[in-house]
Design a protein around this ligand. Structure first.
Ligand code: SF4
Length: 260
């Protein structure tokens, strides 16, 4: 059986609830492009152009970006680059401007990767810079939405989406030892637009082990080795789960609310 795709953006969900991997595969997903998500996609495209072409966002003011959902199943939305987007991307680029221009061996934007030994773990990192000696990584992720996303919670746990991208990068660049992983959220409802965490290779090893465990649990569920309920866990991570409508745990909770 083919392994499940482990998308970094859903990692906070599938690490806690591995059964959501097979359930999402079975769920009837409504193929829609949300305006807010399309704005984010367009902002990422313009950011990529700015970094690759070494120009400022104002260069693209008024340009129209064609946006499809990730499965390209719907008609496109057309998003125009406006002053708010230009200003937001300037905030992101401002954090690149302060990095040491001499301490770099590689720089990438929108770098797509697949893990060499963890089948299914794949993703695209927004901004990647490797130090001149190859041992340190700067990984910056653009969040265009307003809902705050932390790089690290109060318990010191690093955002698993960032850890997933970093795992792909540590796999791709074996000399890496340390990293600064950051979320840059220019439109976030907080003064602190840049939030970061420091990690090293031991954090990556732990995260990859956790991903392997989630992948194995999901496979055990579809191979009927373990009951689905053994790896179902409700929580705040359910919010964006596409399997909510067919999830037995959600149905049980709903029944308990109604009749319990
Ligand atoms: S709704 Fe929650 S409990 Fe159900 S599959 Fe999705 S993440 Fe798991």
């Amino acid at each position: 059986m083919k392994n499940f795709v482990l998308r970094p953006s859903g990692s906070s969900r599938w690490l806690k609830c591995p059964s959501s991997l097979p359930l999402e595969d079975k769920a009837e997903v409504v193929k829609t492009v949300m305006e807010a998500a399309a704005q984010g996609t367009a902002a990422h495209e313009i950011l990529e152009l700015c970094i690759k072409n070494k120009v400022r966002p104002a260069t693209y003011m008024g340009k129209t970006v064609e946006v499809y959902d990730e499965d390209q199943m719907t008609f496109p939305l057309y998003i125009k680059v406006n002053p708010e987007m230009v200003e937001a991307l300037e905030v992101f680029l401002g954090h690149l401007d302060i990095l040491d221009p001499d301490n770099v061996s590689e720089e990438h934007s929108e770098l797509s990767m697949e893990h060499s030994s963890l089948d299914g773990l794949r993703g695209t990192a927004d901004y990647v810079r490797i130090s001149a000696d190859g041992s340190h990584l700067w990984l910056y992720d653009l969040k265009y939405g307003k809902g705050i996303v932390q790089a690290q919670n109060r318990a010191g746990e690093v955002n698993t989406q960032l850890l997933s991208y970093a795992s792909l990068l540590f796999d791709k660049f074996p000399k890496l030892e340390t990293a600064e992983v950051a979320i840059i959220q220019p439109r976030g409802a907080t003064k602190k637009k840049f939030r970061s965490a420091r990690i090293d290779r031991s954090d990556i090893d732990t995260h990859v082990s956790n991903c392997r465990r989630a992948q194995a649990s999901a496979l055990n569920v579809v191979n009927l080795v373990e009951p689905i309920g053994d790896h179902l866990k409700t929580g705040s991570h359910c919010f964006f789960c596409r399997a909510k409508n067919i999830c037995p745990a959600q149905q049980k909770e709903a029944a308990e609310k109604l009749f319990g």
